[in-house]
Design a protein around this ligand. Sequence first.
Ligand code: JFZ
Length: 483
Amino acid sequence: MKKLLCGAALSALLAGSNAELAVAQTPKNTPRTSIALKHGAHDLGKRTDPMMERWRNYGLGQFLHWGVYAIAGGHWEGKYYGGAAEWIRSWREMPKDAYDNLYKQFDPKDFDAKAWAKQAKDMGAKYMIITTKHHDGFCLWPSEFTDYDVSNSPYKKDIIGPLVEAYDAEGIDVYLYFSVIDWNHPGYRSVLKTEEDREEYEEFKEFTKNQLVELLERYPSTKGLWFDGTWDAAWKEQAAFADELEAELREMVPGLIIGSRFRPDDYGNRHFDSNGDLMGDYEQGWERKLPKTIEDVKGNDWDCVMTVPENQWGYHSDWRGHVKTSFELIEMLVRSVALNGNFVLNFGPNGEGGIRKEETQLAAEIGDWMDVNHEAIYDCGYLDWEKQDWGYYTQDRKTGKIYMVVFNMPLNGALRVKTPDKVKLDKVYSLQDGKKFTPEEIHKNEYFIHYNSEEKIKSPMVIVIESTSGEEGSDQVYQKAKT
Ligand code: JFZ
């Protein structure tokens, strides 16, 4: 069969999805008018190396926001702060030096890296992102370049090292979150107004670089860096510096993954350069929101980072407003995978290092669902079949198996499936118990899969479709199912 295929069709077959490949190649093949940039996107289209393939296939990740803000827990002297708990230092009513002394209380007796890693594993996370340093500048590793770090807290010990070790041991890839904004460093500025600002900022740049090199030297199994706090006017002037630094970091760890939230281009544009091309390996703009259609993601890799309550990353002792349920979070996870992205769920441990019961409960519920249904998540991505109201299709990039993840079961149990031309539905069955369905053909390329069970459905159900394309050597990319 391979011989009959032209090169493009063959690579489409290997890539697993025609649509994905077509979108991925568009920037390379389409002549574009462009302005010359020294520090714009350097490589167009998706990365296809093994490390990035691995990233693409994670599906589910865990975010951990932890720092001295967890001690305050969204309160100062008994007063409630409604903003994101990790931003409490910026709260007008909390004196800065009160915040800057919190580290003297950082002594998390309940911190247990192995327990965190085990919980993430049981939830089904394939990667984890940890805040090594948030905007406040407090470092969870002993840094040679500042005193504002764990080694000067009563806890004294490194936090990042044991986490890397514990998550590595569980087979969960570790990514380091790093805020460029650093409210603690004397050279940090949000705007450069004077010559003196510029001189001091040079020191801050050197410090930033030193810390990043230090992190990769200390934790060489790091798979990538998740940058934040890069929206300041001062940083947006640093296109050349950031570009060079990114190259240096990539050199240190082959395959290192860095998203679009690090460097600005020559004109200070971020994420997408002045020509509209993505800078970095994946789009980091989907924060607490999700794309609706495949067009929204412009053919790029992307991640969605999500909080459990509305907008709390660090620990807040008093969550108010809506708290997401596992059903909602699973739907977001599936939608992410169905649109070629990863879904990363945030956890904010408290000042003692304990994970709150709401998060523990959600992790367990998601884990229970993943135990049964992970096949529809790992290694899966977009399938270009017409979307139906019952939920989402995902497709395994390796086996070609198709998964219908059903969130809205119709009252009559009739799940509509419309296929492209010449696709045959060979086998249709429930992922949970293997029970077979016989699709009813209602028109050409259109079927009902009848769910008739009396059993009440308790969680989103997954139906597997193994399908074949009709003609040998056709351009169809729906692979023969490997059964
Ligand atoms: C940033 C941080 O300020 C926040 O504390 C948290 O760490 C989060 C993951 O990242 O917050 C942002 C950054 C970018 C956007 C919104 C909030 N954004 O682009 O919409």
